[in-house]
Each structure stands twice: as structure tokens, then as C-alpha cells.
Design a protein around this ligand. Structure first.
Ligand code: BES
Ligand code: MN
Ligand code: ZN
Length: 491
């Protein structure tokens, strides 16, 4: 973790590598005496603005090497128009700028930024925690691209509230932890190694962890999870983690994660273009592990459970087939229409189990449908719930954490009718149209009525092609910060 501390000296006395001054367009126009963020360098900013080399435009960053004084480089970072300010834009701008600073051989940085944004110290903590993330453990160090090795180690913030920045860092740390796991390929992370990893980290974080292997899954009637995993040499696992607060527990919340360590589609094999990146189909489960890590680090007063439904969807000789009829844990029978609609099957058993824990709420996270990604794009996750209060809370937390979330319907009666099978209680797939809603309504059949439940479809948002703001290329662990924010505000 990068060391973040409040600035003790005056800005002028600070000695270090990079001084980051984040400015709005308005700040640039009235620089003299008005703009505290760049105060010691007002003259320089004035010249830059006059020459139109820097105008505070959103996304712009200018590096000015300083020939004398305590600071090596001044970075001017544009925040755009003040009237259009959002906390997400501030977080993105700061994370992006710190990433650049860290890759340009700066080991220490002082941040001078807008402190009027709500939760600005939490945001600074998040930026500090997210800026250094990349997944490069399998690359030779000298082959690193993207502007060099990240060396930033120490960040100073002018007038920071340490408790708030720490909170932001914990959010970010939990997210980076989930990214690291989700970025691992299918030859490294399979259901068994995922369970071993979860068990190892559970001990480290002070959680309990119980793993069910294929024999136990059979005894526990988790035929849907078993069916999905049976075509693979790597048998499925159900992983149950628990964080119990030290004092008297307040509420109890269960997170359920889709943990398909690789989704080939099964016998309904995916075309190659769609199979690529399907190592990411375990993102939901990895995120849940990250949330549990964060819950423990934040010492929440809520009891938090994590259920990871892990299987590898492969077209082996024992693979489940289209037309198969399986009986899920809650007794409902499911006719398989498409083996590539496997996520909802493993979640079916996991959601039944989650319901049996009689929690105050269940939130599941899954890279569930291409349809959700088509509807919402690559940066926005889908929210499906019939609980208005949970809906409002999750949308608010997502907004505060700068993770894009949009509610989609799950009350479509016509789609509801198509869940029915001629030969079983349910069928696992239907029309392509409304595919994300169909999947959500299918899951609903396995959640006990009366328990507030939300489904987050993170297909699309789980994976980023390029570094951009808070995101680094690869797994995004979308939703880890949102869910931790939700848990914090619950107590
Ligand atoms: N894991 C996929 C969904 C997915 C697609 C995630 C793209 C991330 C990016 C899921 O298991 C799947 O294959 N869904 C099918 C369902 C269909 C067969 C009903 C889909 O969305 O095409
Ligand atoms: Mn699939
Ligand atoms: Zn899948």
C-alpha cells in the first residue's frame, strides 16, 4: 500500500519529487491569489495559461520540470469546468495523474486538490490506492510498456483527514486484491485453487472459510452447480466465507459471486472471439472475496457472508447437455436449453443456500449475460431488484464511489412466462431479446421470498481494455467499492 499522510510543513517547505496541482478551468482564469491549489507556482501557471499550454481542461496533464527549489516536477492536472464537477471526475483525474506521475520516476508526491467535493479525502485515498495497479506478474520487468515501472511510494495530502483517506485506501486495496485474482488465467485459477486461495486469505484476514467438494455438494443436493462443473477435469467447489464482527453483530448480509473459472460455453461451445476473456467469468466470486477482505479491514459491525459458486464450464465427455433436466437445491427442476447459460445454474444453488442463512439481505454479483453488456456498454453494470430500498441504497453507493450502475427491469410478465419449461419447472435460457432480464428473473426463483435481494450483472463492466482513470487494463473488480460503501452506510 502506498503510504499516505497529511502534509505537516507548509507547501513551500515540502521537499519531494512531484507536486500535483489539480485545477478547474475557472482557477486558471483567475489565478492570482485565488487559486490555493497552485499558490507557490502562480507565476508559472499564469504563463502556461497565457501560452494556452494548460487551461484546466478535463483530462489534461502537463509536466513542468523545475530547475530550482525543493520540488523536481510540477504537474498541472485539469479538472474541467467547476460547475460540471463530480466526485467521479475528480477521482478519475487524480488516479490517472498519479498513475502517470508514478511511472515518470517520481517516488513522492504532494497533492493540492479541491477539498470542496463531498468525501474528497476518501476520494484521495481511493486514488492513492488505485493509481499503482497493474497486472504484470507474468511479464519480464524490462518489457513493461505503458510508460515505465511505477515507483510512487509516498503521497502527501494538504489538510487530509487521515481516517477518511485510510477508508478510501481500504476500498481501493480490496478492489485491487479482487483484480489480482480475477486477472489470473484459467490454467492457474480453477475451482480447487480458488478454494485454496480463499482459505489461505480467510485465515490472513480473520474470516472463517468452509469449502464443499464434489462429494459434499452431492450430499447437499447442489446438482445445478455439479452439472455445470461435470464436463471439466477440475471439479466444482462451493466456498463459504464469513466475517463476524467482534462485538454484537448488527445486520447480516450475504454476497454471492459467480465463480466460473473459465467459460468455454460447454457443449454449446462459444465461438473463439467470445471465448477469449472468459477467464474473467469468475469476477463476481473474486469481487466477493475482495468485499470480505474490505469488511474485515473496516471492522464493520455487520456480519458479512461470501458464497462463491466455483466451476469450470467445459465440453468434456461427462459434460451436461442441452435437454438435460436437473434438480436444484431448492427442489425446482431445470431443463437445460443452453449449456452456455451456466452462471444462473451455479447461482441458483448458491442463492438457495444464501436464503437458508436467513440474512437481512442478499446481493449477488455475476458476469451473467452478454445482453447486459450490449444494453449498458463496458462501463456500466446492471442492477436488478424488486426491493426499492436496496435499489436506492445501491444506486447511491455506486454514485458516491463513481462506479456506474443502472437499474434494469425484472417485472416483465411476458418474459416471466418464458421461464417455464414443457418438461420441467424452469428452462435455463430463452429468447435473446431481454436476455439480462430473463436471467435475473430466473435467479429470483431461487431466492426465498421476503429477503431483500439484488442482482448485479457485471458482464462488460468487469473487464477494461485500457488504463483509464480508476481503471487499469484487465479486471476492474467493478462493484467492490460500491458494496463496501453500502455496507458502511448500513450500520
Ligand atoms: N459468461 C457469459 C456472459 C458474458 C458475456 C460475460 C460477455 C462477459 C462478457 C455467460 O455465461 C453466457 O455465456 N451467457 C449467455 C447466455 C445465453 C446462452 C442465454 C450469453 O449472454 O450469450
Ligand atoms: Mn456462459
Ligand atoms: Zn458465464
Amino acid at each position: 500500500m502506498i503510504d499516505v499522510s497529511a502534509l505537516k510543513d507548509s507547501i513551500k517547505d515540502w521537499k519531494g519529487d512531484a507536486l500535483l496541482a489539480a485545477l478547474y478551468e475557472e482557477d486558471c482564469k483567475k489565478v492570482e491569489g485565488k487559486c490555493s491549489a497552485a499558490q507557490p507556482y502562480e507565476e508559472l501557471v499564469k504563463v502556461m495559461v497565457e501560452r494556452k499550454d494548460f487551461e484546466g481542461k478535463k483530462g489534461s496533464t502537463v509536466k513542468i520540470p523545475l530547475l530550482e527549489g525543493n520540488v523536481k516536477n510540477l504537474y498541472l492536472v485539469g479538472l474541467g469546468k467547476a460547475e460540471e464537477r463530480t466526485s467521479a471526475a475528480l477521482r478519475d483525474a487524480l488516479t490517472g495523474a498519479l498513475r502517470k506521475i508514478g511511472r515518470e520516476r517520481n517516488e513522492s508526491a504532494l497533492i493540492l486538490a479541491d477539498k470542496s467535493a463531498p468525501e474528497s479525502d476518501v476520494i484521495l485515498g481511493e486514488a492513492a490506492g488505485l493509481c499503482g495497479y497493474s497486472f504484470e506478474k507474468y511479464k519480464k520487468k524490462d518489457e513493461e510498456d505503458g510508460g515505465g515501472k511505477f515507483v510512487l511510494k509516498k503521497i502527501f495530502i494538504d489538510g487530509a483527514d487521515g481516517k477518511q483517506t485510510k477508508r478510501g485506501q481500504i476500498f481501493a486495496d480490496a478492489q485491487c486484491f479482487a483484480r489480482d485474482l480475477a486477472n489470473e488465467p484459467g490454467n492457474v485459477v480453477n475451482p480447487e485453487t480458488l478454494a485454496q486461495t480463499a482459505d489461505r486469505f480467510a485465515k490472513e484476514f480473520g474470516l472463517t472459510c468452509e469449502v464443499w467438494d464434489e462429494k459434499k455438494l452431492k450430499l447437499e443436493k447442489m446438482e445445478a452447480l455439479l452439472a455445470v462443473g461435470q464436463g471439466s477435469e477440475n471439479p466444482p467447489r462451493l466456498i463459504h466465507l464469513t466475517y463476524v464482527p467482534e462485538g454484537k453483530a448488527g445486520k447480516k448480509v450475504v454476497f454471492v459471486g459467480k465463480g466460473i473459472t473459465f467459460d468455454s460455453g460447454g457443449l454449446d461451445l462459444k465461438p473463439s472471439d467470445f471465448m477469449k476473456t472468459m477467464k474473467g467469468d469468475k469476477s463476481g466470486a473474486c469481487n466477493v472475496l475482495g468485499i470480505l477482505k474490505g469488511a474485515a479491514a473496516l471492522k464493520l459491525e455487520t456480519e458479512v457472508h461470501g458464497i462463491l459458486a466455483a466451476a469450470e464450464n467445459m465440453p468434456g465427455g461427462r459434460a451436461f447437455r442441452p435437454d438435460d433436466i436437473i434438480r436444484a437445491r431448492n427442489g425446482k427442476t431445470i431443463e437445460i436449453d443452453n449449456t452456455d447459460a451456466e452462471g444462473r445454474l451455479v447461482l441458483a444453488d448458491a442463492l438457495s443456500f444464501a436464503s437458508e442463512l436467513k440474512p437481512d439481505g442478499i446481493i449477488d454479483m455475476a458476469t451473467l449475460t452478454g445482453a447486459c453488456a450490449v444494453a449498458l456498454g463496458s462501463w456500466t453494470a446492471g442492477l436488478f431488484t424488486m426491493d426499492e430500498k436496496l435499489c436506492e441504497s445501491l444506486l447511491a453507493s455506486a454514485r458516491q464511489r463513481g462506479e456506474r450502475l443502472w437499474r434494469l427491469p425484472m417485472d416483465d410478465e411476458k418474459i416471466g412466462e418464458t421461464l417455464k419449461s414443457k418438461f420441467a419447472d424452469l428452462v435455463n435460457a430463452g429468447d435473446r431479446y431481454g436476455g439480462a432480464t430473463f436471467a435475473a428473473m430466473f435467479l429470483n426463483e431461487f431466492v426465498e421470498k421476503g429477503i431483500p435481494w439484488a442482482h448485479l450483472d457485471i458482464a462488460g463492466a468487469d473487464f477494461m481494455k485500457e488504463d483509464s482513470g480508476v481503471y487499469a487494463r484487465g479486471a476492474s473488480a467493478w462493484g467492490v467499492r460500491t458494496c463496501l460503501d453500502y455496507l458502511l452506510k448500513l450500520q
